[in-house]
Design a protein around this ligand. Structure first.
Ligand code: ADP
Length: 492
């Protein structure tokens, strides 16, 4: 048993990576699939695409590595969180497309829950703020809108799952009906303190308990992928939502450890250990990956527009040709010349939570150049993360001295150095930035005994570069002051 396989079922593509014992990538395969937009603000995936791309990339990764299923010690599955599927218990036939986390079709209902005063009850049990993001309102939508679905669900004929559960069920030919703490904690139905599905919330959303999977730690012997798929059974020993997978992949396993992923948006997660920390600054409390039944908690904050502002410079303003070019322009000037960009394209998230805010570019003088604008866009990402870190420090009482980073935009050295400077903290980028897949692989490998313990894995973790703050405190504070003024201008 020479390898571990990680399956990363993401929002726009599905990937499989074969890792060896040193955590090196032996092979990988990736497949994009269709995004379905039936109406403005609605987003769906075909369940067949989710399953089909999964089977395809696992097969392809095995072939590329020239290994057989028998040589895979275990599989770890990581997935886009919150995305909701409902299917028939007997036939496996989905009753509707997967409703994707981004889908806003239930936004009005989520607002109604807030108006009716359910916010505190939901937060106290699930650690989440009522929002269309989370699975609960999506399940309710399917039961209320797909003909016959509610009656079938009440007769016990339908099952609900996030993507991990659907894949486990399909890949095991219906033998595994399960999820893990991290995925359950994003449904808005799971009590993160008692580690049980919450009966009162199930009543509130009118969801039969018989639809729900059993919940296990992320590192767990879930069962096997049926041998019909790859010629031999492969044990699934890890299941974990993508952000918590990245946290584990970064080895942020101790209280106070923090990682930020710079993708389309940014996701900042802090491990708060055995304590569920309450947020007063608009962050959510959720469950981390764990290898046993002791829960480990996370504070999580996200910004909606991170690396996407660089796509905007490229595709809409057309002032850069590639995302990589942004680093060249930003580094060609000593500062942004007083220009600030706040990319509040879709409103502001934590810690501001203003849905009607819109983006601004401020401080433009006659001398402002393309380089200043590009630099201001990258700096804007760093300031947004800085605001989240500030909220997290206030909530947790923990001072963040090191930020582990990953995601597409983390390869931008200018952005990482500027991040370290405005945070006044070290920014640490690992050599393998595939931390999401790595996290799933570690969980599966540790559970299977492929790796003896975390200590053995720590030897594998190679830092690519550590960015240390070099900016003077006076300059840092004055830049942050300017950012605050720019943010105030986004609120119309
Ligand atoms: P996701 O998983 O959200 O699709 P990725 O982790 O693949 O995102 O990162 C893609 C994002 O990173 C894009 O928004 C892109 O604009 C940004 N990005 C990629 N390379 C760079 C770069 N060198 N500098 C700044 N941003 C970048």
């Amino acid at each position: 048993m020479k390898y571990i396989l990680a399956l990363d079922q993401g929002t726009t593509s599905t990937r499989a990576i074969v890792f060896d014992k040193k955590g090196n990538i032996v092979s990988s395969a990736q497949r994009e699939f269709a995004q379905i937009y039936p109406k403005p603000g609605w987003v769906e995936h075909s369940p067949r695409d989710i399953l089909g791309s999964t089977v395809a990339v696992i097969g392809e990764a095995l072939v590329r590595a020239n290994v057989s299923a028998q040589e895979i010690a275990a599989v770890g599955i990581t997935n886009q969180r919150e995305t909701t599927l409902v299917w028939d218990r007997l036939t496996g036939e989905p009753v509707y497309n997967a409703i994707v986390w981004q889908c806003r079709r239930t936004a009005e209902y989520a607002d109604k829950l807030k108006r009716e005063g359910f916010e505190e009850k939901i937060y106290n049990r699930t650690g989440l703020v009522p929002d269309a993001y989370f699975s609960a309102t999506k399940i309710k939508w399917i039961l209320d809108n797909v003909e016959g679905a509610r009656a079938r669900a009440e007769r016990g004929e339908l099952l609900f799952g996030t993507v991990d559960t659907y894949l486990l069920w399909q890949l095991s030919k219906g033998r595994i009906f399960a999820t893990d703490y991290t995925n359950a904690s994003r449904t808005m139905l799971y009590n993160i303190h008692t580690l049980k599905w919450d009966d009162e919330l199930l009543r509130l959303f009118d969801i039969p308990k018989s639809m729900l999977p059993s919940v296990h730690p992320s590192g767990y012997n879930f069962g096997v992928i049926d041998e019909l798929y790859f010629g031999a059974p492969i044990p699934v020993c890890g299941v974990v939502g993508d952000q918590q997978a990245a946290l584990f992949g970064q080895l942020c396993i101790d209280e106070g450890d923090v990682k930020n992923t710079y993708g389309t948006g940014c996701f900042l997660l802090m491990n708060t250990g055995g304590k569920a920390v309450k947020s007063n600054n608009g962050l959510v409390t959720t469950l981390a990956a764990s290898l046993d039944e002791r829960p480990c908690y996370v504070l999580e904050g996200s910004v909606f527009v991170g690396g996407a502002v660089i796509q905007w410079l490229r595709d809409e303003l057309k002032i850069i040709e590639s995302a990589d070019e942004s680093e060249v322009y930003a580094s060609s000037v000593p500062d942004s010349g007083g220009v600030y960009i706040v990319p509040a394209f879709t409103g502001l998230g934590a810690p501001y939570w203003n849905a009607s805010a819109r983006g601004v570019i401020t401080g433009i003088t006659r001398g402002a150049t393309r380089a200043h604008i590009v630099r201001a866009a990258l700096e804007g990402i760093a300031y947004e993360v800085c605001d989240l870190v500030g909220a997290m420090q206030r909530d947790s009482g923990i001072c963040i001295s090191r930020l582990a980073v990953d995601g597409g935009a983390s390869k931008n050295n200018f952005l990482m150095q500027f991040q370290a400077d405005v945070l006044g903290a070290n920014v640490s980028r690992p050599k393998i930035v595939e931390t999401t897949a790595l996290g799933a692989a570690y969980l599966a490998g540790l559970t299977r005994g492929y790796w003896k313990d975390i200590g053995q894995i720590k030897n594998n973790a190679v830092c690519d570069r550590e960015f240390k703050p070099t900016m003077s405190e006076i300059r840092r504070l004055s830049l942050l002051e300017g950012w605050k003024k720019a943010v105030n201008q986004t609120i119309l």
